[in-house]
Structures are given as structure tokens and as C-alpha cells.
Design a protein around this ligand. Structure first.
Ligand SMILES: NC(=O)c1ccc[n+]([C@@H]2O[C@H](COP(=O)([O-])OP(=O)(O)OC[C@H]3O[C@@H](n4cnc5c(N)ncnc54)[C@H](OP(=O)(O)O)[C@@H]3O)[C@@H](O)[C@H]2O)c1
Length: 316
């Protein structure tokens, strides 16, 4: 079966924009649910895209807006919660997927593609983030059957124009003079390009061989966090000395910043970094950081695939 109309939850975010732009350019009809339509009106220049304001945690609103669609893509995820007890993570990563599942079963929607995270594990995850991501993923797959096919993707950190990871370090490197103190500097990552992630979502949509499967997604190279920050500094042409903080100071920093507005680094982030975000399998996504990062880091005139599509749409 071809899935032609797709509802995306979290489609206004970094990854969602890439997936949405690829879906509309392959002729699919896309409906994105958002908490604030006005903030994302620029997405409306994409052809065949609807932007609908909704509270996805309200089951009746969720059902109203996914009714009649062929597939649901769930990208909603948080790195930090307002609380400190895991309730925010459980709501976003466990209750929401369960409610999407219930709504899809009730409305006979046959396809869900779900964004989890590398190392998500309901039992062994060291942080609320990773445990709840694992629990939500498990809940969806328990019901994956002939009637409803679920595929989950589990990426390492994702890079590309508009990412918050490298761009955040870039911003900090520009304002912190000479020495850059870095918590959890030895944590390892295999950064994966957002375009490769979006390709995998779009290809999986109608591909039966992906039904019921979980896929770890990693880029072709591994880096420690320290190497990633050094890479960012070098790309920006900044001479900075990155100093990895001892573990106990990283922990103190996490316990302190946990209470800062916006939680720039939290205890839960610190715990997530205790497990390396690298893949065990040998197949990796093709695009390296060298191929993409220099074109956007520190470049105010960032040209994303989505921006390019906007230009095309204006000409239509
Ligand atoms: N970026 C990475 O490096 C990375 C790595 C591994 C896994 N992931 C996972 O990939 C997914 C997408 O990541 P992303 O970087 O694109 O995230 P993002 O830019 O933060 O976008 C997520 C979107 O979800 C919606 N959202 C966020 N919190 C919400 C909440 N509490 N209630 C309702 N809606 C909420 C927001 O849409 P509105 O504001 O329009 O409602 C937001 O645009 C997430 O599940 C994330 O955990 C990301």
C-alpha cells in the first residue's frame, strides 16, 4: 500500500522540516500538528502542506487531526523536562506514543514511523530520557501487526543546517574566551546527517521490509565530545583550548545548571552521556560532517533544503 497522506507530530522542528520537505517533494500530502501555528507559518509555502494548531496530548484533538491519514510520523521528544522527577519525559516519550497507537488502532491508520534515540532502553537506560524513549518505543512495537505497521529509528546526535548541537557549541565558543571547559568530554558520538535521517524515514514509509523493525542510525565517523567541540572551533577559525572537566566536576556542573532557566545542562543530560552514542552495526549512513558542517557553521546565511524548497514554492 502507498501511504500518501502523512500526519507529522513534531514536524516543525529541526528534523521534521527536512522530513516534511522531502515528503512534499515526493508528492505526498503532509499535515503537521503544532502547538503554535503562527510561529511556523513559513512552512506553509511548502506545497501540499497543512499546518494545524493542536494539543496532541488531548486524545480527542489527536484523533480529529489524524483521522483519514494513511500514516503518522512521531518526532516529538524533549531533552529536558520542567520537573526533576521524570514526569515530563514520561508524558512526551511514553504517554504520547501510547495515545498515538490507540488513536491509530481506533481509526484504522495502518502505519506509524517513530523517532526514538540510540541507546533508548526501558530498563538499562541511565537517564529518564533514554529509559522513557525505550519504553515508548517498546509500547508501539508491542502492537505492531498486520493491521498496523510500526518502524522506529534510533539516531545518534543529528547534525545539519539548523541543528542545535553544533550550533550551540559554536555560539558558546564565540563568547567564551581562550579556554573552553567541557563536561563529559570523553562521551562518544557518531553524528548522523539530518538529510540521511530524513531519507530513511521517507524510504521506510512504503517499504514493507522495514515494518516492525528498529534501526540504529549513525554517521560514518566517531568523535568524542571534546573532538566535536574542537572540530567546531577549527571550522569557525577560532583558537580555543578545550579542557575536559573531571567527572566529579561535570557532575557538579550538571547539578548546578539543572536549576538555571532553560536547563543548559542537566543531571539527566549528564546521565545520558554515560553511555556512548555509537552504533554496534557496521552499516552507517553515508554523509560525513566534513561534507556538510563547514557550509553552515558560523554562516548566518544558512541555506537549508527547506529554505531552497521555499524559494521554489514562491516561484510556483
Ligand atoms: N536532534 C538530535 O540530535 C536528535 C538525536 C536523537 C534523537 N532525536 C529525536 O528526534 C526527534 C526530533 O528532534 P528535533 O531535533 O527535530 O527536535 P526539535 O527541533 O526540538 O523539534 C521537536 C518538535 O516537537 C514539538 N514538541 C517539542 N516538545 C513538545 C511538547 N512538550 N509537546 C508538544 N510538542 C512538542 C515541537 O513542535 P511545536 O513547537 O510546533 O509544537 C518541536 O518543533 C525527537 O524525538 C528527538 O528526541 C533527536
Amino acid at each position: 500500500m502507498k501511504h500518501n497522506s502523512i500526519c507529522i507530530l513534531g514536524g516543525t522542528g529541526f528534523v521534521g522540516k527536512y522530513i516534511a520537505s522531502r515528503l512534499v517533494s515526493s508528492g505526498k500530502h503532509v499535515r503537521i500538528l503544532t502547538r503554535n501555528r503562527n510561529n511556523h507559518r513559513d512552512l506553509l509555502v511548502l506545497p501540499n502542506l497543512e499546518l494545524v494548531e493542536a494539543d496532541v496530548f488531548d486524545t480527542s484533538q489527536l484523533e480529529t487531526h489524524i483521522k483519514g491519514m494513511d500514516a503518522v510520523i512521531n518526532l516529538i521528544g524533549i531533552l529536558n523536562e520542567r520537573q526533576h522527577n521524570g514526569d515530563g519525559f514520561r508524558k512526551a516519550h511514553v504517554e504520547l506514543p501510547k495515545s498515538i497507537l490507540g488513536a491509530c488502532l481506533k481509526l484504522n491508520i495502518p502505519r506509524i514511523i517513530h523517532m526514538s534515540a540510540l541507546n533508548a532502553d526501558a530498563n538499562l537506560g541511565p537517564s529518564f530520557y533514554l529509559r522513557t524513549k525505550g519504553e515508548g518505543e517498546n509500547a508501539l512495537h508491542t502492537f505492531s501487526s498486520g493491521r498496523l505497521a510500526v518502524t522506529s529509528f534510533r539516531p545518534s546526535v543529528i547534525f545539519g543546517p539548523g541543528d542545535s548541537f553544533l550550533n550551540r557549541f559554536a555560539m558558546l565558543l564565540k563568547i567564551i574566551p581562550f579556554f573552553f571547559p567541557l563536561a563529559s568530554a570523553n562521551a562518544r558520538f557518531a553524528p548522523v546527517y539530518v538529510g540521511d535521517v530524513a531519507d530513511r524515514f521517507v524510504q521506510a514509509l512504503d517499504d514493507k521490509s522495514t515494518f516492525g523493525k528498529h534501526y540504529d542510525l549513525c554517521g560514518p565517523e566517531e568523535y568524542s565530545l571534546k573532538q566535536l567541540v574542537e572540530y567546531t572551533a577549527t571550522t569557525l577559525g577560532l583558537k580555543k583550548h578545550v579542557i575536559g572537566l573531571p567527572d566529579f566536576i561535570s557532575k557538579i556542573q550538571a547539578y548546578t545548571l539543572e536549576w538555571f532557566p532553560g536547563k543548559p545542562f542537566s543531571i539527566d543530560n549528564y546521565k545520558s552521556l554515560k553511555v556512548d552514542s555509537v552504533c554496534q552495526q557496521s552499516a552507517h549512513e553515508p554523509t560525513s560532517m566534513d561534507m556538510i558542517v563547514p557550509s553552515y557553521l558560523g554562516n548566518d546565511n544558512r541555506q537549508t533544503e527547506y529554505d531552497a524548497l521555499r524559494k521554489i514554492a514562491r516561484r510556483l
